[in-house]
Design a protein around this ligand. Structure first.
Ligand code: NAP
Length: 286
């Protein structure tokens, strides 16, 4: 049997086992996917075990960047983003890939029927999620990437890397609290990507002044929150009739791409969606 894992700290909340095991069942594969709690300091011994015993694994917080130095190969996109969420084990070698950006691209297609080519993006936040996805959007022909972040130096560092990655990409940065600039940008944006961690908790505020989202933006603007739950920004967008979607399809599609990388088979998206929503009923322990 081929064994797969998702590792992280925390990882108990992960719905990847339900999703991936549904795909294995759909294709009648002799394979099993589980989750395992791995601390930051445990990554090196885990990888030695993985080389011997696993067919592949996913990584979540805090391992996506830290794993890179231990890998034998890494795709150019994952190397540029400094983020790996999918590792394939082949002949004891560890091959790293990043599927978060693919997940976002296909979530936009699924939710809004629009791709990234020629589009203007405004990211709120520039942590791991923004970083992993922005390089993919750049690769897929985005015209402009604007980044608004609380810590402006981090936005500046990511912007410099994006400009080096694609010289003709237009990249601008702002403090997330600069309302005048955000208002100006929002009137000239196709996709607002909420990639801060604000919204994970019930009492979280919106990362920007709610008044900046107005009905007049609805003809062009689409709001995507990377968080998979109902968040303040999604509620505000709905109140202004701005098309908006949460992070579920991004999670489904990043997992679907991992499945295809590992197996070479087409991901059964409907089965994976059902597995994602139902959880892994065969799983005994978190
Ligand atoms: P991260 O690396 O910790 O980055 C967090 C970001 O949020 C940073 O830009 C940080 O700004 C900002 N932030 C945090 N608290 C804030 C506050 N009070 N006000 C303004 N900005 C604040 O986290 P991450 O890994 O990028 O994850 C971000 C979100 O993406 C999470 O909610 C996660 O659930 C989601 N995500 C979704 C998917 C999916 O498939 N749907 C995949 C990955 C992640 P500073 O730089 O100033 O600290």
């Amino acid at each position: 049997m081929d064994r797969y894992l998702v590792i992280g700290d925390p990882v108990a909340h992960s719905r990847s086992p339900g999703m991936q095991n549904a795909a294995f069942r759909f294709h009648n594969l002799d394979a099993r996917y589980e989750k395992r709690h791995v601390l930051r300091g445990e990554i090196a011994p885990f990888l030695e075990e993985a080389r011997r015993e696993l067919a592949g694994f996913n990584l979540t917080i805090p391992h996506k960047g830290a794993v890179i130095e231990f890998l034998d190969e890494i795709t150019p996109e994952a190397a540029a983003a400094g983020s790996v969420n999918t590792v394939t084990v082949r002949d004891g070698k560890l091959l790293g890939d990043s599927t978060d950006g693919y997940g976002l691209e296909h979530a936009l297609l699924e939710n809004f029927h629009l791709g990234p080519a020629g589009k203007k993006f405004l990211f709120l936040g520039c942590g791991g999620a923004a970083r992993a996805t922005a390089f993919h959007l750049a690769l897929r022909g985005a015209e402009t990437i604007r980044i608004a972040n609380r810590t402006i130096d981090k936005a500046g560092a990511l912007a410099d890397e994006l400009r080096r990655y694609r010289r003709d990409l237009s990249v601008e940065i702002s403090a997330i609290g600069d309302e005048e600039r955000l208002a100006f940008w929002l009137a000239d944006t196709d996709f607002l990507i909420q990639a801060t961690s604000l919204g994970l908790r019930d009492d979280d505020a919106m990362p920007l002044n709610p008044a900046l989202l107005r009905n007049e933006l609805a003809s062009r603007l689409r709001v995507f929150d990377t968080i998979y739950r109902d968040t303040p920004i999604l509620r505000r967008a709905a109140a202004c009739s701005i098309p908006a979607a949460g992070g579920m399809e991004m999670l489904i599609h990043q997992g679907a791409k991992s499945f295809e990388i590992w197996t070479g088979l087409p991901a059964p998206l409907d089965a994976m969606r059902r597995g994602f929503l139902q959880g892994d009923r065969e799983s005994c322990c978190d």
